[in-house]
Design a protein around this ligand. Sequence first.
Ligand code: GLU
Length: 564
Amino acid sequence: MFQDKYLELIMTTFKELADYIFPDVKETIEDLEKKFPKRNLPREAEVTRFAPSPTGFLHLGSLFMSLVASKVAYDTKGVFYIRLEDTDTKREIEGSGEELITQLEHFGIVPNEGYLGSKEIGNYGPYVQSKRAYFYRVCIKYLMEKGRAYPCFCSHEQIEEIRHVQEAMKVIPGYYGEYALCRNITPEDALARIKAGEKYVIRFRSEGNFDNKVIFHDLIRGDISIAENALDVVIMKSDGLPTYHFAHAVDDHFMRTTTVLRGEEWIASAPIHLELFNALGFELPRYAHAPVIMKLDNGNRRKLSKRKDPEASVQHFIEEGFPKESLKAYLMSIANSNFEEWTMENHCFDIDKFKFSFDKMSLDGVLFDQDKLNYFSKEIIASWSAEEFYEKLLAWSKEYDEVLYNHIKDDKEYVTKILNIERGGEKARKDFTYFKEVYPIIGFFFEDRFLEIVKDGYPFNEAMPKDVIKAVLEDFAKNNDYSLPNDLWFNTVKELGARHNFAESNKVYKQNKDAYLGHVGDVAEMIRIALVGAKNSPNLHSVIQILGKEEVDRRIKLAIDYLG
Ligand code: GLU
């Protein structure tokens, strides 16, 4: 009996430890290799992914990353998939996974396979990490059998203590070498402690050395030379879920990702990943570490912050009504410096038609540039037909601007005419940047809004005698010719001015100010203020045409009454 027990103990090898920890694991890595074979795609086809964590809203940087990843797959006729990285259960926000998918969809970013919110498609799943525990266990078991993974029983306090010692000694922080207290626990002891119910995590046993360098190739940055990994990183947490490092190796391998596109903040941990891929016998994917989107804050660059910056959230742009095309074009201009020039040469903002390339990507964090986004937005809105604009505005306002929606929903013809003012052609007006500002600009066309605007008065020039303004407005209402095109019509405004002693131009007026009350610009301003309640408006001739005689007469009368 004693003999048996003794034998059992010395025979307890890593294999037995692994069998004890992973009794459910019956398959091997080879089995998984067969289950998830290399994809049958042409050589140049890229398999890319977006791997969000469901920890909140869609960040502008994530939209950027997913846009580029999907674009690379699209350009190479490859596969773009989404994987939900939900292993950090503490930070998870209920429902945010689904929300991410809805927002991506809004931008037309629909994966070929993967996690799709309520369902998933594809043969390489599950695509939600919390459902992949078994695969991680297969792989950790393999490492443990080879002695490349071991249980670690260190408490939080012990880890803290190690950190303090390392800080005091000014050595590289982390769990490695002599600081890796559980690294040399025998499998027998480990097994006994596990059987006794002690809590543990599983760590990778690194064979690296910080003094050595590894070189890996980055599609954006070229060869990167960096210190080898020597950390015994945690690969399985005490809740049985993997850490990012381990899940990245297992998932990107078995989902057959060809290019891992992720934020540059991951460069520092790439040596860990290189060693893990190696130890698991997996071929390394290509890496592309993309720049993060930054902001200037008091002269300092910092990452766009979820807490401080509304523009960090993609939802902000959706709610403001930036067309999805403009956000995509803007992000593509960050991705590839030649995109903007391409849009000008091709009079096209469709990123699908542009050829993306990694080597034109900027290396450093890029500053968020609202002006550039506004530029794309104005150009894109100006490129639409009025009908197209109307439809998009209608869809947006239904969701985000009830007042506008109620004004435009039943009056397509009228609103389309309004949106058509100075649209198209060489000198197209580019005054709309996002949908939320449409109502403030065009609201005066609607009776109720107009009355609200003039309720407290009109901004007429106070230096101008009221009688003169009244006389001009009366004359205008009586004699305006609605049939004339813009240029000829403007001549009649000059004639109207002349009848009331206004010069036909500013130039003429300036030559002899005493001879006139003002010039034609002042006349047009009086008419404009009476009709729109403000000194600025879209083209006055168009405004008059769209309001029509009856409404013009009504508004002129109102202004005259106001003048008393
Ligand atoms: N879940 C990781 C993140 O949100 C993904 C990084 C990656 O793409 O590999 O940062």
